[in-house]
Ligand binder design. Structure first.
Ligand code: GAP
Length: 508
């Protein structure tokens, strides 16, 4: 097992042991790719959602929020293209019985070639030392050029077969590249077939008036179909945004990697309505803003990277992903898409209602263009806990596991701990708890030794432990222990609240 796999396994086990994430329906052996959030998980999740909402809705005067229903008119999904095109080309390996996305198998093959180029670069850099010119090497070394040429050829073919939806040729490409199943190692593949990812259910109680409706696969369409309502009732002027957080459902075929790819998940999406022709300027603006939002969570910048899409969806004229380095590699965390007027145009056509905006500065009406920011709440949660999980060796030779989560996101902000469970200390600690709990999520704990209680709080990321001892009864002071440094200070009870408040500020 690689170090990263080992780390990921530990993060998953820790998430369960400390009440962050449980497998759904666990006592019935679980439901695949569906998860529940426990007592600490729900706090962290609420805090991430709240941070997003405050950053997007509260801080921007021209962005407002909505909360649209999960059930929507089925024609919406026809108009959006999801009924016809929200599907993945899947291929099964006959020996392992595992199912894969056919295009991802090819992309993984390309990623291996790219890793080979990187290996050549690392080797050459070592060989040539300070005189090494990476740019020149990449454009002149015959082996690198060979790999590059192969990559370009494969990509061009992949994009073409995907655009043409030519399932036979995708399979041919997999065969020609001699791609083997990562599990069985065999090349015994089935045909490639399209699978639609939307869940459907019956709407209506009598069989004669029931119709099939879908569980929304994205929250964005709820925003588009409310664009006119919000624009008119909110007297919104372009450019303006509508934000929403809510559940989305996708019948993911390749569901794995814990809460990275779930069948029921939560999205935080914002659609920004702009003048046609100005969308690429706003696209750049939102890429920058969203990266800043991520960096403010006390996670190093190197953990993020931008991936610019070469192959664009039919509705987009630019698209970027903010990728995060999860324990299983860099993967998409957020998408920023310039969606043109595709969605509003389609809803105009299918609903027969005009969805235009009258621009008083230009004195004309038009269908606005849209730049979207779309981030998975669960994926953000996974990014935070997988980066935050740290095993530390301490000076005295002992070890601790600490969740280094930005304090403003931590599930519990302070733990109030009587040193011993007697001599009036619990009563004094309860007095402090009763003051703090109205402002912060706090926990009172009196069981076990103080050392074990500190460890438990470290493991869930609590920034402060406040210990009440015998001196507290004499002079109203407590010790306050900081999570990361483990430093303890003696302070007056009246100072606690301000110290916590200061630490909870978002680091912008
Ligand atoms: N409205 C655009 C949209 O839905 P997307 O790239 O399909 O775009 C946006 O999804 C984000 O939603 C992704 O970047 C990811 O964070 C999250 N997401 C998508 N599918 C997911 C899944 N099956 N499980 C967890 N999160 C998912």
């Amino acid at each position: 097992m690689s170090n990263n796999e080992d780390l990921f396994r530990k993060v998953i086990a820790h998430a369960k042991e400390y009440g962050f994430v449980f497998q759904s329906s666990e006592i019935y052996d679980g439901l695949s790719a569906v998860y529940d959030y426990g007592q600490n998980g729900v706090e962290l999740k609420n805090n991430i959602r709240d941070y997003w909402w405050r950053s997007m809705v509260q801080h921007y005067e021209n962005i407002v929020g909505i909360d649209s229903a999960i059930f929507m008119h089925p024609t919406i999904w026809k108009a959006s293209g999801h009924v016809d095109a929200f599907s993945d080309p899947m291929i099964d390996n006959k020996d392992s019985k595992k199912r894969y996305r056919a295009d991802v198998l090819v992309e993984d093959y390309v990623a291996k070639l790219e890793a080979k180029i990187q290996k050549e670069v690392t080797k050459a850099a070592k060989r040539f030392g300070d005189t090494f010119d990476e740019g020149k090497y990449l454009t002149t070394n015959p082996r690198v050029l060979g790999y590059r040429e192969k990559i370009e050829k494969i990509k061009a073919r992949l994009y073409k077969v995907m655009d043409d939806e030519n399932l036979t040729d995708i399979r041919k490409l997999i065969e020609e590249l001699e791609i083997a199943c990562p599990v069985s190692g065999s090349r015994n593949w089935t045909e490639v077939r399209q699978f639609n990812l939307m869940f459907s259910t019956q709407f209506g109680s009598l069989s004669e008036d029931t119709s099939i409706i879908y569980l929304r696969p994205e929250t964005a369409q709820g925003i588009f179909v409310n664009y006119l309502n919000v624009m008119k009732t909110g007297r919104m002027k372009i450019p303006f945004g509508i934000a929403q957080v809510g559940k989305a459902f996708r019948n993911e075929i390749v569901a794995r990697q814990f809460i990275f790819r779930m069948r029921e998940f939560e999205q935080m999406e914002m659609q920004f309505f702009v003048r046609p022709g100005e969308e690429l300027k706003w696209f750049e603006y939102w890429k920058d803003q969203r990266l800043r939002w991520h960096y403010a969570m006390d996670i190093p910048k190197e953990k993020y990277r931008l991936y610019e899409h070469e192959k664009l969806a039919h509705y987009a004229n630019a698209a970027s992903d903010i990728e995060f380095e999860f324990p299983f590699g860099f993967k998409e965390l957020e998408g920023i898409h310039s969606r043109t007027d595709f969605d509003l145009d389609a809803h105009q056509e299918y609903s027969g209602k005009k969805l235009q905006y009258f621009d008083p500065d230009l004195n004309k009406s038009y269908v606005p263009y849209v730049v979207e920011t779309s981030i998975g709440l669960d994926r953000t949660f996974l990014a935070i806990i997988s980066y935050g999980y740290k095993e530390e060796k301490l000076e005295d030779g002992s070890e601790r596991v600490v969740m280094c989560i930005a304090p403003f996101l931590a599930p519990i902000k302070a733990a109030v701990l009587p040193l011993v469970n007697k001599d009036g200390l619990p009563e004094k600690a309860r007095e402090i708890m009763d003051i703090l709990k109205f402002d912060y999520m706090c926990q009172y704990e009196e069981k076990d030794s103080i050392g074990r209680r500190y460890r438990r709080q470290d493991a869930i990321g609590t920034p402060y432990c406040i210990t009440v001892d015998h001196q507290t009864l004499e002079d109203n002071t407590v010790t306050i222990r900081e999570r990361d440094s483990m430093k303890q200070d003696r302070i007056g009870i009246d100072k606690i609240s301000n110290i916590i408040k200061e630490r909870l500020k978002v680091n912008k």
